[in-house]
Design a protein around this ligand. Structure first.
Ligand code: THU
Length: 138
């Protein structure tokens, strides 16, 4: 990511993890590789890349792999999240998680999870207002 130095200094290492994850993207259909990385509340870093499918709708977003890695590695809560992507022949840029993946992030990070967006750092409350969550099942 050529603009990594333009990101807030305390987010650059995590963004580099996302860029590295994007290098593993399997995106032969969209040619839009995505990498996501997150800091866990115990200090671990988890990451994921998008994995597409000839049956397009079966595609797994990068966040799906990241959440799988979170649980496979022992669980915990996501505290910081960054996602990068773009056409595979271009430098990646920050991308917003899709609507479905915002729900995944809400489940595993909650309202205080910080997300680095193209408009700066936002909390999940800002990224997914009035979210449906576990409390709604009570
Ligand atoms: N994609 C992600 O991996 N995460 C998102 O939050 C947005 C979209 C992927 C899915 C697909 O492989 C490609 O980006 C183009 O939509």
């Amino acid at each position: 990511m050529s603009a990594i130095e333009e990101l807030p200094e305390d987010w650059r290492d995590l963004a580099r993890e996302a860029v590295a994850a994007r290098e593993r993207a399997y995106a032969p259909y969209s040619r839009f590789g995505v990498g996501a990385a997150a800091l866990v509340d115990d200090g671990r870093v988890v990451a994921g890349c998008n994995v597409e499918n000839a049956a397009y709708g079966v595609t797994l977003c990068a966040e799906c792999g990241l959440v799988g890695a979170l649980h496979l590695g022992g669980g915990g809560r996501l505290v910081r999240f960054v996602c990068v992507g773009g056409p595979q022949d271009a430098e990646p840029h920050l991308v917003m998680p899709c609507g479905r993946c915002r729900q995944l992030l809400w489940e595993n990070g909650g309202p205080g999870l910080e997300v680095l967006t193209p408009r700066g750092v936002r909390t999940m409350t800002e990224v997914l207002p009035d979210a449906f969550g576990a409390d709604d099942l009570d």
